[in-house]
Design a protein around this ligand. Structure first.
Ligand code: MF3
Ligand code: CO
Length: 256
């Protein structure tokens, strides 16, 4: 799984370096597909069709601005000030790796920069909780506390997941929760942790106002069946790593 995730992180880095005003997400997808083949790896995304959805048509998800996750690469040009989530997976030697980053296109607004930084910090804080004896709720709480302390909302309608020979295994990994609650983390588990965080626009604000715990419907999906957006055009960011729980603590797979 370390090797599968190394492929993921290498190719994410190649895509990150391609992101600039004028580039297209279709170009990222084409390069990622070639780079997978060069490494003898396959895509767990392309052709993926859960629950009657149309088969996902690309090897990478590219989620621009108000798209939270599962954006489909296209030939529109990225513009200065956009933010783009790139979520990418690889299958190597029978194991799946999964990771995501969010990247600024040129100079972005102060708010967009803060959203990207905060979401990355949410992932890092979650990873720090991943030691044997801690619980899933410790991961969720770490994400939720940091996002909310910065004035942002944690998307409730998508989750992280166990990962191994399949991309999506048990358990679901919520990005919210209560410390000390939920499944106990044990040595040998591998989880894909993936906080999705957004700024709070009018429509979300309205729904949150009527909710005690923030558990609102916070996603709308385009007619393509995949592209998941914020309710009100607010910006969203997403980071993901696949992490093994070891006796020595968390090990982010694929690093170096
Ligand atoms: N990488 C996503 C996840 O973290 C899944 C992508 S959906 C797909 O679960 F259709 F692109 F595969
Ligand atoms: Co994932």
């Amino acid at each position: 799984m370390d090797r599968a995730n190394r492929v993921v992180l290498e190719i994410l880095e190649i895509m990150r370096q391609m992101i600039r005003p004028g580039a297209t997400t279709a170009q990222l997808n084409a390069v990622a597909e070639e780079e997978l083949a060069k490494r003898g790896a396959k895509s767990p995304f392309k052709g993926y069709a859960p629950m009657g959805l149309p088969p996902y048509p690309a090897v990478v998800c590219t989620s621009v601005n108000d798209v939270i996750v599962h954006g489909i690469p296209n030939r529109e040009r990225l513009r200065e000030g956009d933010i783009v989530g790139i979520d990418f997976g690889a299958i190597l030697e029978g194991f799946v790796g999964d990771g995501a980053i969010t990247v600024a296109v040129g100079e972005v607004s102060e708010e967009a920069g803060k959203l990207i930084r905060t979401t990355k910090e949410c992932l890092d804080l979650a990873i720090a909780e991943m030691k044997p004896g801690n619980r899933l709720g410790d991961i969720g709480a770490a994400v939720q506390e940091h996002a909310e302390a910065n004035g942002f909302h944690v998307i409730r309608n998508f989750v992280g997941h166990g990962i191994g020979r399949r991309m999506h295994e048990e358990p679901q990994v919520h990005n919210f929760g209560a410390r000390g609650r939920g499944l106990e983390l044990k040595e040998g588990m591998v989880l894909a942790v993936e906080p999705m965080v957004c700024t709070i626009g009018d429509k979300l604000q309205q729904r949150l106002g009527k909710s005690r715990d923030g558990m609102v419907q916070d996603v709308r999906t385009d007619k393509d069946g995949w592209t998941a957006r914020t309710l009100d055009g607010a910006l969203a960011a997403h980071f993901e790593h696949s992490i093994a729980i070891t006796a020595d603590g968390p090990r982010v797979l694929g690093l170096q």
